[in-house]
Write a protein that binds this ligand. Structure first.
Ligand SMILES: Nc1nc2c(c(=O)[nH]1)N[C@H]1C(S)=C(S)[C@@H](COP(=O)(O)OP(=O)(O)OC[C@H]3O[C@@H](n4cnc5c(=O)[nH]c(N)nc54)[C@H](O)[C@@H]3O)O[C@H]1N2
Ligand SMILES: Nc1nc2c(c(=O)[nH]1)N[C@H]1C(S)=C(S)[C@@H](COP(=O)(O)OP(=O)(O)OC[C@H]3O[C@@H](n4cnc5c(=O)[nH]c(N)nc54)[C@H](O)[C@@H]3O)O[C@H]1N2
Ligand SMILES: [Mo]
Length: 801
């Protein structure tokens, strides 16, 4: 049993776990604190600094913090929210969660070859995600040989040799896949996709396939560009901001300052979310003195506690009322000029409202929002045009997410609100450079136009057939069609759905390569062989030829900016991502290559010159990237109301369906979200302060009525089950928390509950995992439940409770 092995582990005392003889599960230690009614403020700043102190990196961290998101400094590695074009705070432009991300990256703790020598892969897999993250920064390339139990040091040359051998032994380049998480710079992203294409495959699954792919799928065919259409200034001019399916207080805290300013300028805010998130309800600005001592701004003027997946019904109900108001006040609600000149399909769009299920009672019931509240929202929309819709994973990770975003567009098109000052769409991106990754052609389905440009510039024939996205890549690994997986950052195992299935798929690989800053569970469930390649983080000085280099990223609003690290790297044996790719390319392709990899290896400027030639919007890249505030990429929808090129620049209204979600008496709908103490799979801490949770992640939020009906009590131990595709999936040992959430709805945290998300539960069209739409059953905790889970698989691929 595991317990004895735990006794022998050679980990630091700080992470040594007490063996538990009677039960393989750790005891849970949940404490409930009051749910907070506003975000940020004094506790936020204090918490941020406490985090830095805890990491024993106070001086290093503080120095870096003041350079974060500053002109000439580095881009925060946390979210993709833009920096203000004009007025940046003199002491750094950061937030609590940015500071935590920095503390995590700036830590002086090191995971050295000795650490790997002392701890087997199996032992490491017994740690919790939180403990693994706290081990520190990776310092040297490591190799796991076939049948090996421990990672061993390997030289960089040796590592590239292994990669080259494996890649060159494949029967086809399509047996390789190249994953990207969203922190990789533009420069590294560009050479990375170039290598995959010269090798001969478009198998480039990326974190977008789990994040905003749905937004792109909805926006591209309608407004002609898969990106948002607003700048930060538009927030300040807006009359109404709708925040739907997004938790800005935790996941984009600097957005709160923009919302605060918008409110001061008179904007109204509507929040649509099953949970009354603190950041939607109120806000104290930690970066303004009056924000710290003054009262918080009450943020949402109207909060609509929609049922999970009830948003479509709500949006249709809003349209129904808008049309009714227009009939009563012709010309005041609907923007006929815009509709006539800039859109198509309005007549068909109108026709659907005569259908019988388009009645308010029905839509109100499906959405879970009372009619008077829907009316209030519609009235806020009716007589304003400067309207911005912001959304996040609450919409994109729903089976009909693409349709719901198109429904948002329908509303904005009715109102003529796209491509105007103060109005438009704002998909709030996740990873700090996920938008730039796509612009740099990290995409499993590049267009012919994009490929033609590469072909002309580099002179090789890039593959034209589309590659695998994340979900398809998992299935292809499982079917042994992919044998080689290269991960540029990220944590493929824990971020993706159906953990058991995915772990089995990863175990079939010949070689798993992970370029990483820190150790994570994704390194511990591996193929026959595995490599860990350590690299710089965003805050590290990236030195090439003796000079600290700048790299560039693109934020959520299409601004390309430079980023320059300020911290000395924790190890002399790190290689930057661009050079890793170039060396892999030289080792693998050798004389077969027509690309001058050595040149790109030696100079980021040379990479930027190539980007300029191959991707529109990057004219004079090397000069403009060095401008104070960077530069905006062109955006026809935003700048010229030029929408779908196929439709002569117009944007189509889309006809969508209203889903009716059936749940059995003992079934609940589960959305998986982030706590305030994590960055995706990186667990900073065990609290979720704003939601009043302390010291525990294995909680399930339930409505008190559901708790009563099922005969449970708050605090009861339960196991969660999912039965999609006729397979029993179990997530053992959760604690029930009574919460303000619609009936039949539950919320849990990922990655713990990813084991319950079927790999086949995907979003229509975008093929993203629908991880906010998971049907579950909740059963009283059975102490024997672990016997249902394949022991070896469970222990390792999943964190033990
Ligand atoms: N500190 C921190 N910052 C981050 C991240 C992080 O993990 N930590 N992750 C980054 C990344 S990659 C991303 S993509 C973003 C994610 O940022 P968000 O989009 O905010 O992601 P989530 O926390 O998953 O949850 C979003 C919200 O959707 C709501 N929701 C769930 N189901 C529904 C529904 O059916 N309808 C509606 N209207 N709402 C629903 C949830 O209650 C929750 O408030 O944040 C980025 N920033
Ligand atoms: N159930 C459920 N699943 C989800 C989601 C959800 O809401 N619910 N959200 C999805 C979303 S929106 C996303 S974006 C994905 C995220 O999926 P990923 O991007 O794959 O996951 P992360 O946890 O962000 O990756 C963290 C790891 O990246 C590495 N890293 C950090 N910085 C750097 C760097 O600068 N360079 C390199 N090379 N490595 C670095 C570190 O080793 C760290 O352990 O998860 C998705 N999974
Ligand atoms: Mo994301």
């Amino acid at each position: 049993m595991v317990m004895e092995e735990n006794n022998n582990q050679k980990l630091d005392q700080s992470v040594h776990k007490e063996p538990q003889a009677e039960n393989p599960y750790k005891l849970l230690n949940l404490k409930l604190t009051p749910v907070e009614k506003s975000a940020a403020g004094v506790p936020a700043v204090l918490a941020a600094f406490a985090d830095l102190i805890e990491e024993k990196t106070l001086i290093r961290g503080t120095k870096a913090l003041f350079k974060m998101n500053q002109v000439g400094g580095f881009d925060c590695p946390s979210c993709a929210w833009p920096d203000p074009d004009d007025e940046r705070s003199p002491v750094g432009e950061y937030c609590e969660n940015g500071a935590k991300a920095l503390a995590e990256e700036a830590t002086t703790k090191r995971v050295t070859p000795d650490f790997f020598k002392n701890n087997s892969v199996y032992d490491l897999s017994q740690l919790s995600d939180y403990e693994i993250g706290k081990m520190g920064r990776l310092t040297d390339p490591m190799y796991l040989r076939p049948g090996g139990t421990h990672y061993e040091p390997i030289s960089w040359e040796g590592a590239f040799q292994k990669i080259a051998e494996q890649l060159n032994a494949l029967e086809s380049p399509h047996q390789a896949a190249f994953y990207t998480s969203g922190r990789t710079s533009n420069e590294a992203s560009f050479v990375y996709q170039l290598f995959a294409k010269e090798l001969g495959t478009n198998n480039m699954p990326d974190c977008s396939n789990m994040c905003h792919e749905t937004s792109g799928s909805a926006l591209r065919p309608t407004i002609g560009i898969g990106k948002g259409t607003v700048k930060l200034d538009d927030f300040y001019e807006s009359e109404l901001i709708v925040i739907i399916g997004h938790n800005p207080g935790t996941n984009a805290p600097r957005m709160m300052s923009a919302l605060e300013k918008a409110k001061k300028n008179g904007a109204k805010i509507i929040a649509i979310n099953p949970l009354p998130e603190a950041g939607l309800m109120g806000f104290h600005n930690p970066q303004q003195v009056n924000g710290i001592i003054g009262k918080g701004v009450s943020l949402a003027d109207l909060y609509l506690p929609v049922k999970i997946n009830g948003d479509m019904a709500l949006l249709k109900a809003l349209e129904l009322i808008l049309l009714d108001l227009e009939a009563k006040n012709p010309g005041l609600v609907v923007h006929s000029d815009f509709i006539n000149n800039k859109t198509t399909g309005y007549t068909d769009f109108l026709a659907q409202f005569s259908k019988s299920d388009y009645n308010l009672e029905h839509l109100s019931q499906l959405s879970g929002i009372a009619i008077p509240d829907i009316q209030k929202a519609a009235e806020l929309l009716a007589y304003r045009n400067k309207i911005i819709f912001c959304w996040g994973m609450g919409l994109t990770q729903q089976p009909n997410g693409v349709d719901m975003i198109r429904e948002i567009l329908n509303i904005l098109l009715m109102k003529g609100s796209i491509g105007i000052k103060g109005g438009g769409v704002c998909p709030v991106r996740g990873h700090s450079n996920v938008q730039g990754n796509r612009t740099m052609l990290i995409d499993e389905k590049p267009t012919d136009e994009q490929l033609d440009r590469l072909q002309q510039y580099f002179g090789f024939d890039p593959p034209r057939e589309h590659g695998y996205d994340v979900v398809r890549a998992i299935k292809a690994m499982h079917a042994e069609k992919i044998k080689f997986l290269f991960c540029m950052g990220g944590n493929f195992l824990s971020a993706t759905p159906d953990t058991t299935f995915t772990a089995n798929a990863l175990r079939k690989l010949n070689l798993l390569v992970a370029v990483s800053t820190k150790l994570n569970r994704g390194h511990l469930i591996h193929g026959k062989e595995a490599l860990i390649l350590p690299t710089y983080g965003r805050s590290d000085k990236d030195i090439v030829n003796g000079e600290v280099q700048i790299v560039s990223t693109e934020n959520s609003m299409g601004v390309v900016q430079s980023s320059k690290g300020v911290l000395d790297a924790v190890s002399k044996n790190l290689v930057n991502e661009t050079q890793i790719v170039c060396r892999m390319a030289m080792a693998t392709l050798g004389d077969r290559s027509v690309v001058d990899w050595k040149r790109y290896h030696d100079s980021y400027d040379a990479v930027r010159d190539a980007i300029e030639q191959c991707i529109p919007g990057f004219e004079n890249y090397n000069v403009r990237v060095r401008q104070r505030d960077g530069f905006y990429l062109p955006n026809g929808a935003r700048d010229a109301q030029s929408f779908s090129q196929e439709l002569g620049g117009r944007a189509p209204f889309t006809l969508t369906d209203i889903p009716e979600n059936h749940l059995d008496a003992d079934e609940y709908m589960m959305a998986t979200t982030r706590t305030h103490d994590q960055f995706n799979t990186t667990i900073y801490g065990l609290d979720d302060r704003y939601r009043g949770i302390k010291n525990e992640r294995r909680v399930v939020f339930m409505n008190q009525k559901d708790i009563d009906k099922a005969g449970f009590k708050a605090g009861d131990k339960v196991d969660l089950y999912n039965y999609d595709d006729g397979i029993e999936r179990v997530a053992p040992l959760f604690l029930i928390v009574s919460y303000a959430i619609p009936e039949k709805n539950t919320v849990t945290y990922f990655p713990e509950t990813n084991v319950l998300v079927s790999v086949n539960n995907v979003v229509k069209e975008s093929n993203m995992p629908a991880s906010k739409y998971v049907k579950i059953k909740i059963k009283r905790h059975d102490p024997e439940v672990y016997k249902k889970v394949d022991e070896m698989l469970y222990r390792g691929a999943l964190q033990r409770p």
